[in-house]
Design a binder for this molecule. Structure first.
Ligand code: 3PG
Length: 306
């Protein structure tokens, strides 16, 4: 059994050690492809792999076609918009993710960004505090719930929108449910986005929502750049000098937006939300275990291509 770990943005070495242990103890062989710079390297590496562990690495129809022995792809992380599920299903490849394993890391980064933006990028001018401010969480999944937990420590007033989550689950977490996206943006000074990139959510956050935020509004995106309508974002930032935008998923037009809006916007140079050794260990080892369970027993609890 050959298990390929292919990560353009590698896991921490300690996570790879743990993954190696899980894979080798099961009698499988680990092949490591890290920091690759061309798709060809991935195409060559998958040629003999039976299992593939990835992060945001793109697994499209071409990659799947180059991997005739492939049985399972595990995305060590939550979002699997980087995998062509249809092509995988057509080839009989099981695709899985590791939900929840890196969510605390992403949630902590939300507050790193929130404090930095509220303190004007630490430029010496007087900023604002998070205490008593309103926070709206867009999607109350694993990351959203961790954001709510941390927000309690900041004494923020938290509400959330999630059509898939019953109100009582939010209420039990001390979070007020809201039932429309318009309401979420209109009512909250800070909004944190945690929706996946799907055909329905792509470009779903644009001018109307962003421009409706209260005075001094701060929008934080640690989810996916695709959910933002960049044209609308630019227009809202242009018309409302009090609005700010911070993202761990830099927009396509990041350079232009940064030049135009300066310290009112911030983008991490690389997606950093899940880049902690704890998250790498949790997600990486979960992925290795899921691969071994699938190959040895057919277990597919975390399958996402039903
Ligand atoms: C996820 O979907 O799990 C996060 O966006 C983290 O992605 P990464 O593994 O590419 O950092």
């Amino acid at each position: 059994m050959k298990v390929l770990i292919a990560t353009e943005k590698p896991f921490a070495a300690v996570a790879v050690d743990g993954m190696r242990k899980v894979i080798e103890e099961a009698g499988a062989e680990l092949v490591l492809l890290e920091k690759y710079t061309s798709k060809q390297e991935l195409l060559d590496a998958v040629a003999t792999a039976e299992a593939l562990i990835i992060r945001s690495d793109k697994v499209d129809a071409e990659v799947l076609a180059a991997a005739p022995a492939l049985k399972v792809v595990v995305r060590a992380g939550a979002g699997y918009d980087n995998v062509d599920l249809e092509a995988a299903t057509a080839r009989g490849v099981c695709v899985q993710n590791t939900p929840g394993q890196n969510s605390n890391a992403v949630a902590e980064l939300v507050f790193g960004l929130a404090v930095m933006m509220s303190r004007n990028m630490f430029n010496g001018t007087s900023g604002t505090e998070l205490k008593d401010k309103t926070l709206g969480i867009q999607a109350f999944g694993q990351v959203g719930r961790n954001v709510a937990r941390i927000a309690r420590g900041f004494e923020m007033n938290v509400s959330a929108l999630d059509p898939y989550c019953p109100d009582n689950v939010m209420e039990d977490a001390g979070v007020a449910p809201v039932h429309s996206v318009e309401e979420l943006y209109r009512l909250n000074k800070v909004v944190s986005i945690h929706i996946p990139a799907t055909p329905e959510t792509r470009k779903s956050i644009g001018y109307d929502l962003i421009a409706a935020m209260p005075k001094g509004g701060l929008l934080i995106n640690t989810a996916r750049k695709e959910v933002i309508d960049e044209e609308g974002l630019i227009r809202a930032l242009d018309e409302r000098a009090d609005l700010k935008y911070a993202a761990d998923v830099a927009p396509e037009r990041a350079v232009e937006i940064k030049e135009r809006f300066g310290d009112r916007v911030f983008f991490t140079p690389k997606k950093m939300g899940a880049q902690t050794s704890e998250a790498n260990i949790n997600a990486g080892i979960a992925a290795a275990r899921q691969v071994i369970s699938f190959l040895t027993t057919g277990e597919e609890r975390f399958r996402v291509n039903k």
